[in-house]
Design a protein. Structure first.
Length: 270
């Protein structure tokens, strides 16, 4: 469809439009016109058409919306999500257990801080199948709804992601990925500690955490605090918990995995 401007210039040339009224946008103060034209062709040829000229805010709103969509897409291309949790959101997380409810409140608190621009950091630690990844993925998606560029990464796939090659531009690609990890509004590192051990990956993780000091970060791990210290250098663990309060560490101790819930049906509401 032709834009109003195209149509108006065409009509102006023909002297074919009538200004019905003019008014100023209360926000950008641009003078807008309500104009009556005549449809030039098609089945409605000859019918009157009333249009309003575009003000600056409408255009800047559209530009801002396009920029926001481009930003989210830019970070989204680095996501790695296990298909088994791909549909997880904060809205389909069920607060079945006390631990689950507490964890959900922790995520809510995280977003209070994120929205206020305060240090928002969260570590979810503990037993398997408790919904740590579910909440972490839900949080990344919710951040996007708030217009934040988020990245959700499963740490065990990190090496593969960083080493995936297309021709000779591997280094370049890695630089882009590290930059995205550094610059996104929220980075989620899921399942830290399940990656294959090695000096290279330790260094990569150290650098990622170092780049995100004071920036929004969510980590999930199966490892306990003691196990973290056995596995990683204390300098890395320091960066992992940097700026965090006690309320930002959510521990899961239940041995009842949500994956196994059908076997525990009798006492699931404990
Ligand atoms: N409270 C919940 N409400 C709805 N679904 C849940 C809940 N908790 C877990 N699930 C579902 O159960 C499965 C396992 O949860 P999830 O992968 O988040 O566990 P996890 O704590 O990350 O476990 P692991 O330590 O093994 O990675 C997922 O499919 C998840 O969507
Ligand atoms: Mg998990
Ligand atoms: Zn305006």
């Amino acid at each position: 469809m032709k834009s109003f401007k195209d149509a108006a210039s065409q009509f102006a040339g023909l002297g074919g439009y009538e200004v019905l009224t003019t008014f100023s946008c209360i926000r950008c103060r641009a003078v807008q016109k309500k104009i009556k034209t005549v449809i030039m062709g098609g089945p409605n040829k000859g019918q009157p058409l009333i249009e309003t000229t575009e003000c600056h805010c409408r255009l800047s709103r559209e530009t801002a919306a396009a920029a926001k969509a481009a930003k989210l897409k830019h970070f989204k291309k680095h996501w790695t999500v296990n298909p088994s949790i791909k549909d997880a959101t904060l809205f389909n997380f069920e607060g079945r257990t006390e631990e689950g409810k507490r964890a959900f409140s922790g995520v809510q608190w995280f977003f209070e801080k994120l929205k206020d621009g305060e240090k928002a950091r969260l570590v979810m630690m503990g037993t398997s199948g408790q919904g740590k990844s579910h909440l972490a993925l839900g949080a990344a998606k919710y951040a996007e709804q708030l217009g934040k560029g988020a990245i959700f990464i499963e740490v065990p796939t990190l090496k593969q992601l960083l080493q995936s090659t297309f021709g000779n531009d591997t280094d370049l690609k890695q630089i882009d990925i590290f930059r995205a990890f550094r610059e996104c509004d929220l980075l989620v590192l899921d399942d830290l500690g399940s990656e294959k051990e090695g000096e290279w990956i330790d260094e990569v993780l150290f650098n990622i955490l170092n780049d995100r000091l004071s920036k929004p970060l969510i980590i999930t791990t199966n490892l306990s605090m003691n196990e973290l210290y056995q596995r990683y250098h204390p300098r890395m663990i320091d960066r992992m918990f940097e700026g965090m309060g006690k309320e930002d560490l959510i521990k899961f101790k239940s041995d009842k995995s949500y994956r196994m819930r059908k076997f525990f049906e009798d006492d699931e509401d404990e």
